[in-house]
Design a protein around this ligand. Structure first.
Ligand code: SF4
Length: 699
């Protein structure tokens, strides 16, 4: 501030990194952003922030930003910079030619969890109403799609049950498959405050995460399970709760389907599901499993928080339902201090899912085969919609290799770096006739693109994001979009609209508020939401409608959205990814505080602290057995691929388990991850890969 001078104006907007959704005051001098100050009235952050939101915004002015559209006839040709008109005409003609030759189902798109609700909504509208297929998916496919499936099945809606404030009334906090300190830092601070006040902690994670090691927090139980055994751990805990008669039968009788509960209780009570029997599978001592179960059932308000360590498994959806079972069995739903709370990774992954980004669901999670819901959209949009669910991302790639899927519009997502089995993704993209990448930078996926449409940052547009607690918050334009001469740049929603109009659709939105009005008109959970109301009130937590005119910080208070809560028997099924003599270790992945996902933004900030590399965490015994020490290069190989990275020897991981992050394209950690995925949603099994680690001379 001192160097750049006193700010001349300020705009309150919302962070574009994680699902906490911190609000900031963006202070400007002329067209230059001077600093981001955490906003004291932000309901998600209350004046707090982490390093990413506060300092990692320099990518907006980075020299790597692509500021002009580019096209090429084939991916072996150099890019040609062209005008927006030429790029959009080229793209529309290609898409229409493919549609005419191969049919509507040969086209599809991917919405972005980094973009606004309004932008995600428009991309799925373009795919359904313009391309004519339901081949639309979102990056939630590779993170929280099992949350959508699991919570909708058990509770009736695909979202977390609580607001963040609720944690301050929890007596027992169960964290499973999440590392909030690194991935959701501002919420983690609130959780730690409650733990310092005396709430008990249960951590179920293969790594000794920061919460377990934090001073002044005594982790009551750390269950360092074998990666891939979440369902077995939760089943063992359920066994204790049922057989020791710790279940809240009054709650279950009143709020849940009693017959389904009895079926579930009989299943978990079987001796084969006891902690002693499952200890060999989970590698967690039976006494710890018993102790954790007793504490959760009897310790007062029990709140469950989980992350991608739950969902990114072949049993991701089963694990989400097992968590829901545990919460219902102990009566921990429908009041402050309890609940089932997915910690959503990306700033707007909740929103992109809410907006109809899945191939089987319209906005508000209504199935595409629901005639009444579809008719509503058909009437409003003036087009006929395909009643058949479309393809998910991995199925689009498979179909591309088979020749039946030919074109894709990808907004704000680098699937080559972020999706599993990089070689397979590359083969799918290379097989398509038209790949349209709409992004800030020439990302890895753009190597396979025919059209590059330059995107806009969150600082360059109006719109809304929805955070992990279903809180819809305004995103406000701070500066002009840099993807064009001054005053001629386009926000991402304007680019999608221009493409739709190049295809003859005749859209005429003049501001995201008009898109939000349409969303509210067509989506019962958003019925009471408007731009003016959000600006006046700061935020609203959906559902906002006649039943909940001011929103709903806590869901399922008087009854579950689906009526009676549904217990689902979740059988533990070992993953097909097995260790053996050739690949004796299990790799699991995650992220660090200063980097964000594939690092496209955080790697392009000025602060050198951001430029750490991906490292491989290894237990001292495993490292010594291989002659490796901290700082040595190692070759990490799996059945699908290999990469090279430096070793960090640490007892944070258990023997037999190694861990890395996926922030850097030079490492490309996902070349080793497999094609195994969640049985219900195809969410990739990033968290379990059998690997071998050997010394290397470097890349
Ligand atoms: Fe942004 Fe998340 Fe950090 Fe808040 S906690 S500043 S939303 S990255």
């Amino acid at each position: 501030v001192k160097e750049l001078g006193k700010p001349e104006r300020a705009v309150v907007t919302t962070c574009a990194y994680c699902g906490v959704g911190c609000t900031f005051r963006a202070e400007m001098k002329g067209e230059q952003l001077v600093r981001m100050v955490p906003w004291k009235d932000g309901k998600a952050n209350r004046g707090h922030s982490c390093v990413k939101g506060r300092f990692a915004w320099g990518y907006a002015n980075h020299k790597d930003r692509i500021t002009q559209p580019m096209i090429r006839d084939s991916i072996d040709q150099p890019w040609r910079a062209v005008s927006w008109d030429e790029a959009l005409t080229f793209t529309a003609e290609r898409l229409q030619a493919i549609k005419a030759q191969h049919g509507a189902r040969a086209l599809g798109g991917i919405t972005s969890s980094r973009c606004t609700n309004e932008e995600a909504y428009l991309v799925q509208k373009l795919v359904r109403g313009g391309f004519g297929s339901n081949n639309v998916d979102t990056c939630a496919r590779v993170c929280h799609s099992p949350t959508g499936y699991g919570l909708k099945t058990t509770f009736g809606t695909s979202a977390g049950t609580q607001d963040f404030d609720s944690v301050m009334q929890a007596d027992v906090i169960l964290v499973i498959g999440a590392n909030p300190t690194d991935a959701h830092p501002v919420f983690a601070s609130r959780m730690k405050r409650r733990l310092r006040q005396g709430a008990k902690l249960i951590v179920i994670d293969p790594r000794r995460i920061d919460l377990v090691r934090s001073p002044h927090i005594a982790a009551a139980h750390h269950l360092p399970l074998q990666p891939g055994t979440n369902v077995a751990v939760l089943t063992a805990m359920a066994h204790v709760i049922v057989t020791e008669r710790l279940a809240d039968e009054a709650f279950i009788r009143e709020r849940c389907d009693w017959d389904e509960y009895q079926d579930w209780a009989r299943y978990v009570a079987d001796e084969r599901h006891s902690p002693e029997f499952l200890e060999a599978v989970t590698k967690v001592p039976a006494a710890e499993l018993r102790g954790a179960a007793r504490l959760f059932a009897t310790g007062g308000n029990g709140a469950i928080y989980y992350g991608l360590g739950v969902t990114e498994h072949s049993q991701g959806s089963s694990t989400v339902m097992a968590i829901a079972n545990l919460a219902m069995a102990t009566g921990n739903i429908g009041r402050p201090g309890v609940g089932v709370n997915p910690l959503r990774g990306q700033n707007n992954v909740q929103g992109s899912c809410d907006m109809g980004s899945f191939p089987h669901e319209l906005s508000g999670y209504r199935h595409i085969s629901d005639d009444a819901a579809r008719a509503l959209f058909e009437q409003d949009w003036g087009v006929a919609l395909d009643p058949e669910p479309g393809l998910r991302i991995p199925n689009m790639l498979d179909a591309a290799i088979d020749g039946s899927f030919r074109a894709i519009y990808i907004q704000g997502e680098d699937i080559l770096q972020s999706d599993p089995n990089t070689h397979h993704v590359a083969a799918g993209l290379a097989a398509m006739d038209c790949v349209i990448v709409h992004d800030l930078f020439l990302n890895e996926t753009a190597n396979y693109a025919h059209v590059f449409l330059p995107g806009s940052t969150f600082l360059e547009k109006d719109g809304t994001f929805t955070n992990a607690e279903r809180r819809i918050q305004p995103v406000r334009k701070v500066m002009e979009p840099a993807n064009g001469p001054k005053g001629q740049g386009l926000a991402d929603w304007e680019v999608t609209q221009a493409l739709a109009n190049a295809m003859g659709l005749g859209w005429h939105y003049t501001h995201p508020s008009a898109i939000l009005d349409e969303i509210a008109r067509l989506t019962p959970t958003f019925a009471g939401v408007s731009w003016d109301r959000l600006c006046a009130e700061g935020s609203l937590q959906w559902p906002v409608n006649e039943q909940f005119p001011d929103g709903a910080p806590i869901m399922h208070v008087d009854g579950f959205v689906r009526g009676k809560g549904k217990f689902v028997v979740t059988e533990y099924v070992p993953t097909d990814e097995k260790t053996g003599p050739r690949f004796p270790l299990l790799l699991t992945t995650g992220r660090i505080l200063s980097q964000y996902n594939v690092g496209a933004q955080t790697r392009r900030t000025a602060n050198v602290a951001w430029h750490e590399e991906d490292v491989l965490e290894m237990h001292p015994t495993d490292a010594e057995n291989r002659g490796l020490d901290t700082g040595d290069w190692a070759r990490l190989a799996s059945r699908t691929g290999e990469t090279t990275l430096r070793v960090l020897v640490t007892d944070r991981v258990a023997p037999g388990v190694v861990y890395t992050t996926f922030h850097h394209p030079t490492t490309q950690a996902n070349v080793v991850t497999t094609d195994y995925s969640d049985w219900a949603t195809n969410c990739p099994e990033y968290k379990v890969t059998a690997v071998q680690v050997t010394p290397s001379n470097g890349p």
